[in-house]
Design a protein around this ligand. Structure first.
Ligand code: BGC
Length: 387
C-alpha cells in the first residue's frame, strides 16, 4: 500500500492544512486562530507526539505514517514512536514527548488503563490529548477520541460469519432457504485491556447470542464468555494456541468446526494455521472472520481461505486525528458525532466515529483496490509494497 497510500494521504492532509491556514487568514485573529500558528506563540506549528502501540501489525504502521504525514503537511513537527507492545516503553515515550515540549499528544494505547500518570503530567502542562482508536481509560485528561464505530465492527463480523454459513444475506437479513443448522462455531475476542475488544465482542454477541440460545449455533467448547475467548495482546500465536487446544479438547474426527468469530486478521491467520495443522484443507476451511484488511488476509480472502475482514480506512482516521489536534490547539472543541458511548470510567469522552465496511472476495477490488488502499499486485502477492 505504502507509497500510494501515503501519497494520497499527503494530499488530503495538505488540503486540511491549507483550509486551516485560509480560515485563520479569514478570521485574522492572531493567536490560536488556526493550525498555522498552533502554539499561538508566533511560531509555525510546534511538536506533536504520536504514540502507537506496536509495529507487529500493519495497521499501526500505516496509522503512524498517515498521522505523521498529515501533521507535517499541516505545519507541525512530529515525534512518532512505537512501543513494541510494552507498557513501560509507551509510558516512557509519552514522558519523553512531554519533556521535549510537545504541544499535543495523539495516543493509541497498548493497555488503555495504564496512562493515567502520563495524562496527568500532560494536563499539568496544558497539553491536549487525543485518544487514537483505543480509548484511554480511567483518566479525566483525555480531550477527544477518534475511532471507528466499534460496536458496528462486531455486528459486521457476526453478520459475515452468519452470511458465510448461509443464514443471512450481505445486509444481515435472514437468507431465503437458509439451512437449519446446527453449526459448530468457536468465538475469539481481542485483548481485554483494549476497550475496543469489549465493543467488538458486545456487537458480535448482540447478533450471535439469540442464535446460540435457539440452538442454530452450537459452541462445542462452551466458551462463550469474553474472558474465555480473549486473546492477550491480540497476538497471533496466542490465538493459534487456543484454537489448537479447542480442536484437541472438543472436536474428534467426526466433529467439524463450521465457523470461527475472529476479531482481527492476525488472529484469523493463527486460527487458520491451527486448522491447517489439524488437517483442514484451504478449500474446506470453516467460515473465518477478521478485521483490518491486512494484506496477507486480503489474499487469503481472495483465495477463498478466510471468509471476510472489516475494512477501517486508517487514512480517514489519521485525517480525523489531525483535524482534532488542530482544533484543540486552536482552543476549539473538535466536532464530535458521539457523546454518549465512550465512558472511560471517569467521564464520557467526546468522540468522532468513522463507519466501517465488510470485505468479501467479491468486493476487494471495489473497496480496497479502487480506493488505492492496496494495489491489485499486492492483493495478488499478499505482500505490501516495500516489505
Ligand atoms: C483496533 C483493531 C485492531 C486491534 C489489534 C484494536 O484496538 O481497533 O483495528 O485489529 O486493536 O491491533
Amino acid at each position: 500500500m505504502a507509497r500510494k497510500l501515503w501519497a494520497k494521504r499527503g494530499l488530503a492532509a495538505l488540503a486540511t492544512g491549507t483550509m486551516a491556514i485560509s480560515l485563520a487568514a479569514c478570521g485574522g485573529s492572531g493567536a490560536g486562530a488556526g493550525g498555522g500558528d498552533a502554539a499561538g506563540d508566533g511560531e509555525e506549528g510546534g511538536l506533536v507526539g504520536v504514540a502507537m502501540p506496536t509495529e507487529t501489525s500493519e495497521r499501526w504502521i500505516a496509522d503512524g505514517a498517515a498521522v505523521e504525514e498529515g501533521l507535517e503537511a499541516a505545519g507541525y513537527e512530529v515525534d512518532l514512536q512505537f512501543a513494541g507492545d510494552k507498557i513501560p516503553t509507551q509510558q516512557q515515550q509519552i514522558d519523553a514527548m512531554i519533556s521535549a515540549g510537545a504541544k499535543a499528544l495523539i495516543v493509541a494505547a497498548i493497555d488503555g488503563t495504564t496512562l493515567t500518570g502520563q495524562l496527568e503530567a500532560a494536563a499539568a502542562e496544558g497539553i491536549p490529548v487525543i485518544s487514537y482508536d483505543r480509548l484511554i481509560r480511567d483518566s479525566e485528561d483525555v480531550n477527544f477520541y477518534v475511532s471507528f464505530d466499534n460496536f458496528a465492527v462486531g455486528v459486521a463480523q457476526a453478520n459475515a460469519l452468519l452470511n458465510g454459513l448461509g443464514l443471512v444475506d450481505e445486509n444481515g437479513e435472514p437468507a431465503e432457504d437458509a439451512p437449519e443448522g446446527p453449526f459448530n462455531v468457536e468465538l475469539f475476542a481481542g485483548s481485554l485491556d483494549d476497550n475496543n475488544a469489549h465493543f467488538f465482542w458486545d456487537g458480535a454477541m448482540s447478533v450471535l447470542e439469540p442464535l446460540i440460545d435457539d440452538g442454530t449455533l452450537v459452541v462445542p467448547s462452551e466458551q462463550t464468555d469474553i474472558d474465555q475467548a480473549a486473546t492477550q495482546r491480540w497476538l497471533q500465536e496466542n490465538a493459534q494456541k487456543r484454537m489448537e487446544n479447542l480442536l484437541t479438547a472438543h472436536y474428534d474426527g467426526s466433529d467439524k468446526v463450521d465457523g470461527v468469530l475472529s476479531p482481527y486478521d492476525g488472529l484469523s491467520r493463527g486460527i487458520i494455521e491451527a486448522l491447517r495443522s489439524d488437517g483442514y484443507e484451504d478449500d474446506a476451511m470453516p467460515v473465518i472472520t477478521g478485521q483490518d484488511a491486512e494484506i496477507a488476509s486480503v489474499k487469503l480472502i481472495a483465495d477463498g481461505v478466510q471468509n471476510s475482514t472489516i475494512f477501517k480506512d486508517t487514512r480517514l482516521l489519521a485525517d480525523q486525528a489531525v483535524t482534532a489536534a488542530e482544533d484543540l490547539l486552536a482552543g476549539e472543541e473538535p466536532e464530535a458525532n458521539n457523546t454518549e458511548d465512550y465512558d472511560n470510567g471517569v467521564k464520557v469522552v467526546p468522540s468522532y466515529l468513522l463507519p466501517v465496511s465488510t470485505i468479501y472476495a467479491d468486493n476487494i477490488e471495489s473497496e480496497l483496490v479502487d480506493s488505492e488502499y492496496w494495489t491489485a499486485e499486492e492483493v495478488e502477492s499478499g505482500v505490501a509494497e516495500g516489505e
